[in-house]
Design a protein around this ligand. Sequence first.
Ligand code: AMP
Ligand code: ZN
Ligand code: ZN
Length: 400
Amino acid sequence: MVRVRLRNPDRVEQVEGPLDVGELLDRLDVNPTTVLVICDGNLVTASHDLPADAEVEIRPVISGGADGPSCAVCRAPAVIEEPRHRAAWCPVHYVDHVQNQVRKAIDHPQATPARERMFGYADRLLVAVSGGKDSLALWDILLDLGYRVDGLYIGLGIGGYSRRSQEICEAFAQQRGAHLHVVDLAETYGFSTVTGSQVATNRSTCGVCGLSKRYVFNQVAVERGYDVVVTGHNLDDEAATLLGNLLRWHEDFLARQRPVLPATGANQVRKCKPLYRLSEREMAAYCVIRGIDYVVEECPLVDGNTGHEHKEILSALERAAPGAKAQFLFGFLDRHERFTEAEGADDGPTVVACGRCGMPTVGEVCAFCRQRERILAVLPVTAGAAPAPPSPATDRNVAP
Ligand code: AMP
Ligand code: ZN
Ligand code: ZN
């Protein structure tokens, strides 16, 4: 019997062997374009034969497809296919493919005036790492490309999920001899995503979490002298956000949705998304090929998040027409000035310093300080959390 481990939810199935991977997926009724198949630590394609006693893992990812058994560059057996590029690659050339896409995003980002570079080799970069595949792969790629890049992990207080994520980020930093900042939301600001969202009734859990993360990314970067914050948002994330913004006609969000967000005032650093040309499936495959350990489980609080539904809809379109997702996003970015013109977003609202914390805001007090004050008014103040202007003083560095 072939022993098959399926993930999300975790379960084990036994299937009569021998058979090839394509037949196996067929019998389990799994769409081959939404998974990676891993056998003995290696990625395998649909034509790979499995002996009767094989052990395989089927790992879900979103998007993608299958054909072409040999590497587009060297003709060696391919381990991953990408219908969008009508190509397949061996492990070595797959890593090149991913790095080339990141190179292109950094050097010629769309929707950026004159396609000015995201950043250069002199810049100090801070990559926000969640422990997931995208951000750890991004850190790995930026280190390999020779950039000056440190990591930032934010402990959001989501139980065992947060603990495992932090351990994985620390292990990666140690292995690569890279520098990681760890900021615990509860220790530093007095509330976590879980406790905060219980009392901040005007925002969803993901809303509290997202606002807090964006604030901490910027604050840590400003206080520690980084020039740019980079995040692991990928093609699927950006396409799903675009669909959501279009469905609700959020024109102001559309005007701000691009791979480079320039700093518009003091105490603000530039934000960049160097993975916007790569899908979730491509990033998961990159991690497996490079041996990067990442958190496969989803955030337990993510249920009901509409971003996920939008991703599924786009993946169904991608299955019918490979490349649809990239066309959707890249086509929008190529026409982006239409949305900034409509909004007059180039001059934008005037950004000033928050009266409480000094970080940039368009009002008197920034959204993070307002949220925090509302939460702390209800929550008992946690030991160690200063009620006055917050600062990530509890940063525990994992130095090489
Ligand atoms: P998400 O908002 O979970 O889709 O994550 C988008 C990006 O935000 C990731 O690719 C990371 O770059 C960053 N990120 C998410 N969670 C964390 C975290 N706990 N600490 C640091 N960065 C994070
Ligand atoms: Zn090759
Ligand atoms: Zn503030």
